[in-house]
Design a protein around this ligand. Structure first.
Ligand code: PRP
Length: 529
């Protein structure tokens, strides 16, 4: 019997020593800055988290207490600590500066690691509304990372207040705003634009959103554009604060590269103003994430402005400087559009000399050693990009719709266009009552059927789906159709096409900022396809 639980981890030997070093640096630096340690309970009330976006209700580890109350293993530290501070330090004028090191019971993804929980170190500063609090905690985060000898630090800065100032001009309801946030978080214009159109937004408003998603980069490039988008006092003052905070961070460390990013949205919906991330050492996930949450304490009866951050120490433990590469890695779905992509890139001057149609090689570098193409199975493209094993990916929208990709969707290309359709054997009739449908895309098929009010059994297949009805495994299939040749040669006919498919360029969220220049060059090469 294998009792191991996937994603749980035992730390032993040298790893324990390294974890000690990491936590010692965190403790020393935090104490030097006047933060006091707090040890938080493992269990919290489920109701504490259920209304907070960013904490997946399904993922929380729940149990029932003796009195019937649902309790969870804490999926976040900030909310519990805020509850504690609101109760025990209700006077907002006296600052409270706390730090913690504790296990957080939430899934996370990193290169080579998918964890069910992780060790997080973090600080919560219940102080004043001014940005000096942000500057203080960012300074602390930088000094911890520097003391761990991790270089190449960059800071990403966004503003929840700027975004909510903009949204307040559109008269949308809360649910619509949340949907928009999710599209913005993924820079998914192909999803966002139709959604905005469906809500009757003007062309000017939609253009403003498009502009917003592209506003990422150094402040001299991005600020003038952010100023042009200002529609009210709220946006104006949020931008002023962001500008002042950038100046303060530069005073702390003049070498630090700061990237403004207006799609850093309220992943946790308690953030009210500044949102920040720290990237370092070529790692593909933010090493530190944090922000200002001035309204959270009010949920517990005491108003207290606050800023905090969390640092995933389990990821820091795995950090290996040698794995950090400058080269941009692009994962491409092996198959129908590989040749087309390589051709377009080489026409634009990006040449992969080792590539030819019949090759069985899976990895190619360009002549200048700046880009690397890797050919992978299409369902694996999002996995490579999300984990940071690849910076960019080119993959069909069918794969993205079927999964839960957490990254940016940067562009829809004109290659690999096809459609998602139902098909059946030519001579067959669809049975009355419940039908059986075979598909490589059970989620897409189930969503569509549910919307149509049709009940069906779904069978997941990994390929050659057309065989389903032929051998009596299913009544219908849901599959992609391009030329229709496969259906025809197997005696099937297309019944209804219900979704257009196209290929998309996707990007790792951190690479988009840390390798921005090369990623933009790559997108430019693909602009005409
Ligand atoms: C896809 C799809 C169809 C076929 C459709 O399969 O699942 O079988 O292409 O293309 P057509 O309309 O141009 O004939 P793919 O080639 O990806 O292989 P698979 O069945 O092994 O997944």
């Amino acid at each position: 019997m294998n009792y191991e639980i996937t994603g749980s981890r035992t730390i032993f030997g040298d790893e324990v020593k390294r974890m000690r070093e990491i936590t010692n640096v965190l403790i020393n630096e935090s104490e030097k800055s006047g933060f006091e340690e707090i040890m938080i309970p493992n269990f919290e009330d489920y109701d504490l988290y259920k209304n907070h976006r960013g904490i997946d209700r399904l993922q929380m580890v729940k149990t029932i207490d003796n009195d019937g109350r649902v309790i969870v293993l804490r999926p976040d530290a900030t909310i519990g600590i805020t509850r504690f501070v609101s109760k025990n330090f209700p006077i907002p004028e006296s600052p409270v500066k706390l730090f913690y090191i504790s296990t957080i019971f939430r899934e996370f993804k990193g290169v080579k690691k998918v964890g069910r929980d992780f060790i997080q170190g973090g600080v919560e500063f219940f102080g004043v509304p001014g940005i000096e609090c942000e500057a203080e905690v960012i300074k602390l985060a930088i000094s911890i990372i520097r003391n761990l000898n991790i270089n190449n630090i960059q800071i990403g800065l966004g503003s929840a207040e700027y975004l909510s100032g903009f949204l307040s001009t559109l008269n949308l309801d809360r649910e619509d705003e949340d949907t928009i946030m999710e599209f913005l978080e993924g820079r998914d214009l192909s999803g966002l634009i139709p959604f905005l159109e469906s809500r009757g937004l003007s062309a000017e408003d939609i253009d403003a959103f498009i502009e917003l998603t592209s506003m990422v980069g150094e402040s001299k490039k991005v600020l003038p554009r952010a100023i042009e988008l200002i529609r009210n006092e709220k946006m104006k003052s949020a931008l002023n604060r962001l500008e002042d905070l950038s100046d303060m961070i530069r005073e702390i460390d003049s070498k630090i590269c700061i990237k403004l990013d207006f799609t850093l949205t309220k992943r946790f919906n308690y953030y009210t103003d500044t949102i920040f991330e720290l990237y370092a050492g070529g790692m593909h996930v933010p090493v530190v994430s944090g922000g200002r949450y001035d309204k959270l304490a009010a949920e517990f009866g005491a108003e207290r402005p606050a800023v905090g951050f969390g640092m995933n120490l389990s990821l820091l433990l795995d950090f290996n400087e040698n794995n950090a590469e400058d080269i941009v890695t692009v994962a491409i779905a092996k198959g129908r559009f590989t040749d087309e992509v390589v051709r377009v890139l080489s026409e634009g001057g990006l040449d992969f000399p080792d590539y030819h149609k019949e090759t069985r090689k899976l990895l190619f570098k360009d002549s200048e050693n700046k880009y690397k193409l890797i050919f992978v199975k299409s369902p694996d493209v999002p996995t490579y990009v999300e984990s940071g094993a690849a910076d960019l990916g080119i993959v069909g929208s069918d794969i993205l719709d079927e999964g839960d990709f957490d990254g940016y969707i940067l562009k829809t290309t004109g290659i690999g266009k096809c459609r998602m359709s139902f098909a059946k054997l030519k001579e067959s009739n669809i049975p009355k009552g419940s039908i059986t449908v075979a598909s490589k895309y059970p989620r897409i098929a189930a969503d569509y059927l549910k919307n149509q009010g049709v009940s069906a059994n779904l069978i997941k297949l990994n390929g050659s789906v057309e065989l389903g009805p032929i051998v009596g495994l299913s009544d219908l299939i849901v599959d992609i159709v391009e030329s229709g040749k496969t259906l025809k040669e197997n005696g099937l006919e297309e019944m209804e096409s219900f979704k257009d498919i196209s290929s998309k360029v996707i990007c790792n969220k951190v690479s988009f900022k840390t390798k921005q220049e090369y990623i933009e060059k790559f997108l430019e090469l693909l602009k005409d396809i």
